[in-house]
Design a protein around this ligand. Structure first.
Ligand SMILES: [Ca+2]
Length: 480
């Protein structure tokens, strides 16, 4: 090789190396830009907060017609957001209703249809949400969200940690347990398990106004301590106004009614007003952190009003005159408040009668988070309704519940437009109501509308998929 060729070769090599370097740099630059864009895209996603009351009736907030119990803060939120008049829980009791909320499936398709399911011929007990049933937490984790659950979970087995909130899509979980431990003793629900078994904390009611103050403290800390590099989903699962509230420290709310009201009713009213105060604390924190603008907040209840422990749901007209209460599938058992608040996005002071339900929440949040739902779900996103755009409607809504081992406890209901059909297992009869003319379900007109009854019976048979833990699933019908 002569000198010239060597120089030429070296120059070529240099050019080649330079080209390679630039190309790598360009690629790195491109990748970096891409990453930055992805990070920005995730960061631009709104935060989501779901606030769930426990057994709060349709008529227990001022914005839903309550005249005695004071809920000034939530009334103010309702006046600045969107209030749903025809929103429904997953069903009329805690576990299955929360399972619907978390999975986007209706009760006829779920592994949980009651607080307890059949485990053997003689034994009924807790059933856990199946791992194949993706939760909202898992979905949002996949969309780049950090996720937190505080309070009542009710979808797992006390003895199997993998079924607790922490194992089902929540990075940070503080939850109570309900049910029997491995040793067979009933677990004290005042114990709050922090990220599974570590650092469990006992709720001492002498130190707080109410259990939900204790829980709200965790939420406020979470908002301060979470990462600022990701959007977040906070699922705040309160205990109020559930009957067994372990316990309420002394308080003077509604003190002027001590002579007039039974003490249990005064406490009931006090708890709801306390929940209002705790939600205000949360909003105040969001405002202080400048997060109100980029956070969708939904406020609802897991089922109709409680009527237990000597408390009467009639005392404060907790169902808003709707028929029935917790555990019923008449309107009073399943129709609940839903207030949606999103500063700058949801138009102030709106009301909608769009019929929607807990299983619409998962697809709604998927759309908000710009991600896909992985479950086979029954819901339809209500994001268009929130934003005042054209909204797709359900052909029908469906609920079922298994309360205890008796056939009497197997209940189904469907809403088809204005029609509401209700079937209690032991009656072998489908009742039919026209909600437009008879919101309080007083006149069973099934005899006059056999075609609608047939349509409802088909829904009761086909939507309720057979499940071994719930022996009446598939409907209770006499053989012809
Ligand atoms: Ca409940």
């Amino acid at each position: 090789m002569n000198k010239l060729s060597i120089i030429r070769s070296k120059a070529f090599l240099l050019l080649f190396v330079l080209a390679l370097t630039f190309s790598c740099e360009e690629k790195e630059q491109k990748e970096y830009t891409l990453k930055k864009e992805t990070v920005k895209k995730v960061l631009d996603k709104p935060n989501i907060i779901f606030l769930l009351a426990d057994d709060l009736g349709y008529g227990e907030l001022g914005s839903y017609g309550q005249e005695i119990i004071k809920t000034p803060f939530l009334d103010d939120v309702a006046s600045k957001g969107l209030r749903f008049t025809d929103f429904y829980a997953g069903t009329s009791v805690c576990s299955p209703s929360r399972a619907v909320l978390m999975t986007g499936k209706h009760t006829g398709h779920l592994s949980i249809r009651g607080n307890k399911g059949k485990l053997s011929d003689k034994r009924w007990g807790r059933v856990a949400l199946k791992k194949s049933e993706t939760t909202i937490g898992e979905m949002l984790q996949g969309a780049g969200y950090q996720t937190a659950m505080i309070g009542k979970w009710h979808l797992g087995m006390p003895e199997d940690m993998s079924t607790w909130a922490k194992g089902r899509g929540f990075d940070y979980a503080i939850q109570e347990q309900w049910g029997e431990s491995k040793k067979g003793n009933v677990i004290d629900e005042r114990v709050h398990w922090v990220n599974n078994n570590e650092d469990s904390i006992f709720y001492n009611y002498n130190n707080y106004k109410c259990l939900d103050e204790f829980r709200t403290n965790f939420a406020l800390d979470y908002l301060d301590e979470k990462s600022d590099d990701k959007p977040y989903f906070l699922y705040m699962s309160y205990r109020i106004p559930h009957a067994h509230e372990f316990f309420l420290s002394k308080n003077d709310l509604y003190g002027d009614k001590i002579e007039e009201w039974p003490e249990i009713e005064r406490r009931h009213a006090a708890r709801i007003t306390m929940l209002d105060e705790q939600i205000k604390r949360l909003f105040d924190k969001l405002e202080k952190r400048g997060e109100l603008e980029n956070t969708l907040i939904l406020i609802s209840s897991d089922n109709g009003p409680t009527n237990e422990n000597h408390h009467s749901y009639k005392f404060f007209n907790s169902s808003g005159s709707l028929k029935g209460y917790k555990r019923d599938v008449y309107e009073g058992g399943v129709r609940v408040p839903l207030i949606a608040y999103w500063k700058g996005k949801i138009k102030e002071g709106q009301t909608t009668d769009h019929p929607s339900t807990f299983y619409d929440i998962m697809p709604t949040l998927a759309e908000v988070a710009d991600t896909k739902v992985t479950n086979q779900i029954d819901g339809i996103s209500i994001l268009p309704e929130l934003l005042g755009k054209p909204q797709k409607k359900h052909d029908f809504l469906y609920w079922e519940i298994q309360e205890g081992a008796s056939v009497k406890g197997f209940r189904q209901a469907t809403r088809i437009g204005k029609w509401k059909a209700v079937r209690y297992g032991n009656n072998y009869h489908t009742e039919l109501y026209n909600l437009e003319a008879d919101l309080y379900e007083k006149n069973d007109i099934s005899g006059n509308h056999q075609d609608i009854v047939e349509q409802a019976n088909t829904i009761f048979k086909t939507e309720s998929v057979k499940d071994l833990h719930f022996p009446y699933s598939g409907g209770v019908f006499k053989n012809k």
